[in-house]
Design a protein around this ligand. Structure first.
Ligand SMILES: Nc1ncnc2c1ncn2[C@@H]1O[C@H](COP(=O)(O)OP(=O)(O)O)[C@@H](O)[C@H]1O
Ligand SMILES: [Mg+2]
Length: 350
């Protein structure tokens, strides 16, 4: 098959996407497919996976701050994508994971991996997905939203919902009070990789935390802090894969702990009671279905010391590097990386 891998892009997670995309490209090539890698940050230039690996031809330039008008559009309309049987979306965050690129691929009539427009958009908007999760009976931490968007000025608003309980930035302390006070977690509503996130342990930290998160998002999510352990569940083709437990050495599963080898310890299958494993699997499948995900996704959880699981978010384009969590869970289930990417591609063609 001819497969175009979209990687890179212009989000804050560009660098990780480059690693994911190259790993996926090499694995698909190993599986016997013809592969071209396309970086929508630069338009429709395409390179083979080996070239990309050897010369690091893609990604040798610093990430563009803003998408140059039309580049992503040219990438999807260009020869590499039009000539492909299927597109592997390896873009993390931003327009690659929020449904925008997926919409272009829909319009182009090109089959692509992973979730469609609405599931991607919902999953990228943490608050929107929490509303859906709660409605589906999936436990998620209590939350409040501090909004930097005008209530009565729809023209000044972005695409994210504005709800009557949203608080203006001056009332950030009130948001924390409504949650029963610190500790709380303050994060941008639509970023990944723990960018712009603060664990707030006392009142004085609220304002700076909200300011930091607001650098990345017009909506700031304030969540009850869930003490305990960090777990994640991958869903692949209607099945929940073995639970991965993550123990970041720094205590917080931040950008560095996520992407630096040795900064976190992983256990898969997690050493947890069978009942908890069953509950996490059921919860992940419910969350996957409720958000309308397709193919594969990864659901992040916090689990309290008394084994109550809270879903934090869904990742519709999860990391797929050699040290990533979905490949780890697949391996524990007997599926190697080449087999994993092959299954993801096959599901895109169904
Ligand atoms: N409510 C919470 N309670 C405890 N830890 C949290 C909470 N929200 C986030 N975290 C920590 O921050 C990390 C990143 O948060 P998450 O919501 O998964 O966003 P993203 O991964 O998209 O940056 C989590 O993996 C977890 O370690
Ligand atoms: Mg996460």
């Amino acid at each position: 098959m001819r497969i175009a891998v979209l990687l890179g892009g212009t989000s804050t997670e560009r660098d990780i996407s480059l690693v994911t995309g190259r790993a996926v490209g090499l694995a698909l090539a190993e599986g016997g497919h013809d592969i071209l890698l396309v970086d929508p940050a630069f338009g429709d230039e395409a390179v083979g996976p080996r070239e990309a690996e050897e010369a690091a031809a893609i990604g040798s330039t610093p990430p563009p701050i803003r998408e140059e008008a039309g580049n992503a559009l040219r990438a999807v309309a260009g020869e590499a994508v039009s000539g492909a049987d299927v597109v592997f979306v390896a873009l993390h965050g931003g327009t690659g994971e929020d449904g925008t690129i997926q919409g272009l691929l829909e319009l182009a009539g090109k089959p692509y991996t992973g979730s469609g427009v609405l599931a991607c958009a919902l999953a990228m908007d943490k608050r929107a997905s929490k509303i859906v999760l709660r409605d589906a009976g999936v436990a998620t931490p209590d939350w409040q939203v501090v909004s930097f968007e005008g209530e009565r000025d729809p023209d000044a608003r972005g695409g994210s919902p504005w709800l009557p309980n949203d608080l203006p930035p001056g009332d950030a302390e009130e948001a924390v009070r409504r949650l029963g006070g610190p500790p709380v977690v303050v994060k941008p509503n639509d970023q990944g990789s723990t960018v712009g996130l603060t664990i707030v342990r006392e009142e004085a930290e609220i304002a700076p935390a909200v300011r930091l998160a607001a650098e990345y998002s017009r909506h700031v999510l304030v969540e009850t802090y869930i003490p305990g352990r960090e777990m994640t569940v991958a869903v692949l083709g209607g099945e929940a894969l073995p639970v991965v437990e993550i123990a970041p050495k720094s205590g917080l599963y931040d950008y560095e702990s996520k992407y630096t080898r040795g900064m976190s310890a992983y256990t898969c299958p997690a050493e947890i009671p069978a009942a908890l494993a069953t509950e996490l699997a059921a919860s992940a499948l419910t969350a996957f279905a409720a958000l309308g995900c397709r193919g594969y996704a990864r659901l992040d959880y916090r689990v309290t010391p008394d084994d109550r699981a809270f879903c934090l978010e869904a990742n519709t384009v999860p990391g797929m590097t050699a040290v990533s969590l979905v490949p780890m869970a697949a391996a524990a289930h007997g599926i190697d990386f080449v087999g994993l990417v092959d299954r993801i591609v096959k599901m895109a063609l169904k």
